[in-house]
Structure formats: C-alpha cells, structure tokens
Design a protein around this ligand. Structure first.
Ligand SMILES: Nc1ncnc2c1ncn2[C@@H]1O[C@H](COP(=O)(O)OP(=O)(O)O)[C@@H](O)[C@H]1O
Ligand SMILES: O=C(CO)[C@@H](O)[C@H](O)COP(=O)(O)O
Length: 485
C-alpha cells in the first residue's frame, strides 16, 4: 500500500495528512499554527509545515506529496532565491487602489472590467497577485527592483520541499496560476504584458504544470532534523493547487454540487467545463485541479465573524452555536452586515461591519449570535445566486471548512441557502485533495483514485426567505473604516 501526503498551508494553519494512495484511508496527520496578520514572512509557513510534517510522522515513507495553499499571496524572490519582503496575503486590502488603477488603465468602467475578465478570467480586486505587484512597484520601488521571480505560497513551499533548486525550478498548477491575474485559464498561457503593466518589467514566474505532471522530487535533507543526505528521497512532488480547487477535488465535487467553504475566507464554487469571464467581477474564473474550471465567489468575512461574535459575547464557539439556535430564524429582524475585514465581494475594501435592527427585544446574546451566523451565510448566499446566474447548477451545497463544525452554521445554512446542504465529516478537505492529487501521480492511473468521504450529514432545504430579504435591505448600510485602524 503506497502512502501519499497532502498539505494545506492555509491562512490560519498548516495541516498535513498521510493517506493510503489506493483506498484513501487516513494513516496519520499533523498540524501547526500560522501567525496572524495579512502580511506574513514565508519562513513562518516553512516552519509550520515542518512542525506539521513531524506531527504527522514524517515523509520518509511516502511515494508522493502535494501542497495545497491559500491563493493569491505575493512571494517575491531575489536572484539568489531569498524572500525579499513578507508576503502580502489574499486578505490584505492595501492594493485596492492599485486594483482600481489597473482596471481603469484597460478602459473606463465596463470596458476595463470586460478587458480583464476576457484576458485572465477575473476582474482584479485587492486579493489578486497582480495588484500586489503594482502596489510594490509604487510603494517599495527598492524592493520591486530586486524582484527576480514572483510565486504563490504553495509554489514556494513545493520549491522548498524540492530543496530550493534555483529559480528556474519554480512550478505551479493551473488552479493557483488562475488567481494571479497574469495567467489565462482559457488559453493556458501567461500574460507577461499584464505582469509588466503591474510591476514595470517581466520577471520569472513558475512553470504551470498539468494535473499529473511532477514538480520534481522531495529532498528529505531540506527538512530540518531529518539527518538525510542532500538529494536523498525519492517521493514525487505533485503540482499542488490553490486551496479551494484542492478542497473541491478532496470532496469529489460533481456537476450539480456547489461547494461552500467557511474558513478565514468564505468561498462558493463549482466545477465547470468552460471558463468563466464575469465582467462584474463577482465571479472569479479560476481553473480546477483536473484540467477543468472553477468559477468562484469569495468573501473576506467567514469563520472569523463567528470568532468575533463569540469574543464579543465572551462564549466559546459551541456556546455561540447554542445561542444562535435559541433565537428564531431572522433573529426578530436583527441583522449583522459582516464586513469586519472590509469586503471583496461585493468589492468594499474599506467597509466595516454593522448591526441593524436593535430593539429591546433583539438586544440579547442569542439574537446577536443568530445575526452573526445569518449575516455571514447571507453574504455567501449572494455568492450562490451569482454562481447560479453564471450557469452553475445548484442541486445541493457541500459545506466544508472550519466554520462547518458549527451546528448552527450547518442548520441555518439550509434555511438561508434554500437548498439541501450536505456536510462531510469534519476533516481537512484541502489537504485531502492535495493527497488525492499525489495519489493520482504516484499510482500513474488515467483517472484520479476515487476516494469518497463517508458519513456525510444531510440537511433538507428549509428556506426562510425573510432572512435574505431583511439582509438585502441592510447590506448597503455601513460605514467605512477610519483612516487609521
Ligand atoms: N466549532 C466551530 N464553530 C465555529 N467555527 C469554528 C469551529 N471550529 C473551528 N472554527 C473556525 O474555523 C476557522 C478555521 O477554519 P479553516 O478552514 O481551517 O481556516 P483556514 O483554511 O482559512 O485557515 C477558525 O476561524 C475557527 O475559529
Ligand atoms: O482568496 C481566496 C480565494 O480566491 C481565499 O479562499 C484564499 O485561498 C484563502 O483561503 P482560506 O485560508 O480561507 O481557506
């Protein structure tokens, strides 16, 4: 039984699973935390990965490893392969102005947005790497001048696992390349002109691999404390993936399935046969793990809205769920607009959150808990509508991510989404998707091995339309953040 490993280097933590390549049975796993913040020194991800690998019993016996990771983060390397500055993450909004500038340079209003949607499948907002490069060129010209290569979190970790063998060895996959803003999912090619437009010149970017092309071999000596000689280790490195594409592959999403992931980000996506190009910018036209496409809507405010509500109420997450379920659907009109970190969809980088509908009756912990869960889910339901409007078939929602561990989220999702919701057993579906990709590579089969999660919970559609109607009235009513803070 060959073993394979999958990694999820996500915003808040790093998770490693080791699975049987043929059956998908979980053999070992480990995790480690990432630092807070929207800019992070990539060395922190490397340390966390090594801690998580150790906790998962090491990688000496695996046949292949793939890395899934948070999308879009800008990792800039100099000619010697050293990281130039902390990576700006997908949820760092400082490049919002740069995004607006890049879109406007392509044409006024709709024309500029249409240009980008046609060129790279998405209209860039602050999350996209291309906007971070423009921000760097404008604000840190000395750093910008040192950039020899730019890559993404998963690309960089894969390269480090290979022993950092020179910039020409950088590799990525279609799904993560599709979130840069300078690679087209429709043509499968880079757009060096757009990279140059952002940074002022063309620099090296990782080679984009197909689903079963190896990115090289794991160099065990790269892992501290392994005691291995340089170059030792025969495990293949998979191309890896962006975390959402990996999760879709991990849960085995099929036509009619829409995956909703509630992690640091909230994402709503499905697998499609044709690329998306939405000039409104709501749907991002990403690529998937298998060679197909992954239209996706992403919000900046998901599980952390629950963390914040729990902190405000001074309760744990399980108690927050109990409180939310104790209040009636719609929370008697109390609505939380969840823009705690600004927002990406809709594009409101400077927005703040708000609570509307306070009365003596609704001023209770239970009402606030319910409003937090409903507000977060209503923002995702807007994403579900947008995806459906772009042709996605919504037969059921598959709910994953840390927030899906909340009993209130699972139950209320079926009321807010108005369609059946299935929840696979709590697990690490990004890391699992990466492991499944590694198994595909290791087994050398034409089709990916079919690992299906068993023991899914099902919630029948239980639409309560009033919840979304009230949210629709409230979501435009919010303040922008103060200039500092
Ligand atoms: N029982 C729970 N109820 C609500 N939220 C939870 C629960 N368990 C974990 N979470 C939240 O899930 C989030 C982490 O989810 P995860 O999908 O790992 O995020 P990411 O991939 O962005 O790092 C944290 O914000 C955490 O508080
Ligand atoms: O920016 C996006 C998708 O476009 C986010 O989904 C990131 O990929 C981060 O994911 P999580 O850490 O929240 O899972």
């Amino acid at each position: 039984m060959p073993l394979v490993a999958g990694v999820d280097s996500s915003t808040q933590s790093c998770k490693v699973v080791v699975r049987d390549a043929e059956t998908g049975a979980l053999v070992r796993q480990g995790r480690a935390s990432h630092p807070d913040g929207t800019e992070v020194d990539p060395s922190a991800w490397w340390s966390a990965l090594q801690t998580a690998i150790d906790a998962a019993g090491g990688l000496t016996d695996v046949a292949a490893v793939s890395v899934g990771g948070q999308q879009h983060g800008m990792v800039c390397l100099d000619e010697a392969g050293e990281v130039i500055r902390p990576a700006l993450l997908w949820n760092d909004t400082r490049s919002a102005g740069a995004a607006a500038e890049l879109v406007q340079e392509a044409g006024e209003g709709q024309a500029g947005r249409r240009f980008w949607a046609d060129a790279v499948g998405s209209v860039p907002v602050a999350s996209f790497t291309v906007t971070k490069l423009r921000w760097l060129a404008r604000n840190e010209p000395a750093n910008a001048a040192r950039v020899a290569a730019v890559c993404l979190p998963h690309d960089w970790l894969t390269w480090r696992l290979a022993g950092a063998p020179g910039l020409d060895a950088l590799r990525t996959d279609r799904s993560d390349a599709s979130g840069t803003g300078y690679w087209s999912p429709a043509t499968g090619e880079y757009r060096p002109d757009l990279l140059e437009q952002a940074l002022g010149r063309v620099v090296r970017v990782p080679t984009v691999l197909g689903p079963t092309e190896a990115a090289g071999h794991l160099d065990l000596a790269a892992l501290s404390g392994s005691g291995a000689a340089p170059g030792s280790g025969a495990a293949l490195l998979g191309p890896g993936a962006g975390d959402n594409a990996a999760a879709g592959f991990g849960v085995g999403a099929r036509p009619g399935d829409v995956v909703v992931s509630i992690g640091t980000s909230g994402t709503v996506f499905s697998v499609a046969d044709t690329p998306a190009a939405d000039p409104s910018g709501i749907v991002a036209g990403f690529a998937d793990v298998t060679g197909r496409f992954l239209p996706l809507v992403c919000t900046l405010n998901a599980a952390r809205v629950l963390d914040a509500a729990a902190a405000m109420l001074r309760v744990g997450l399980d108690e927050l769920a109990d409180l939310a379920l104790a209040a009636p659907p719609g929370a008697d009109g109390l609505v939380m607009v969840p823009y705690l970190e600004g927002e990406r969809t809709p594009n409101r980088p400077d927005a703040t959150g708000a609570v509307h509908g306070l009365t003596l009756r609704t001023s209770t912990p239970a009402h606030l808990a319910r409003a937090a869960v409903e507000g977060m889910l209503c923002a995702l339901a807007d994403g579900l509508d947008a995806l459906a409007a772009h042709g996605a078939e919504v037969r059921r929602v598959i709910l994953v991510g840390g927030g899906a561990r909340s009993a209130a989220v699972r139950r209320i999702a079926a009321q807010v989404f108005g369609c059946p919701v299935v929840v696979p057993p709590p697990g690490e579906y990004v890391a699992d998707g990466a492991a499944r990709q590694a198994a595909w590579l290791a087994l050398g089969t034409g089709e990916a091995p079919s690992w299906t999660p068993s023991g899914v919970e099902e919630y029948a559609a239980e639409p309560v339309p009033g919840i979304r109607e009230r949210y629709a009235q409230a979501r435009e009513l919010h303040l922008d953040r103060l200039a500092k803070g």
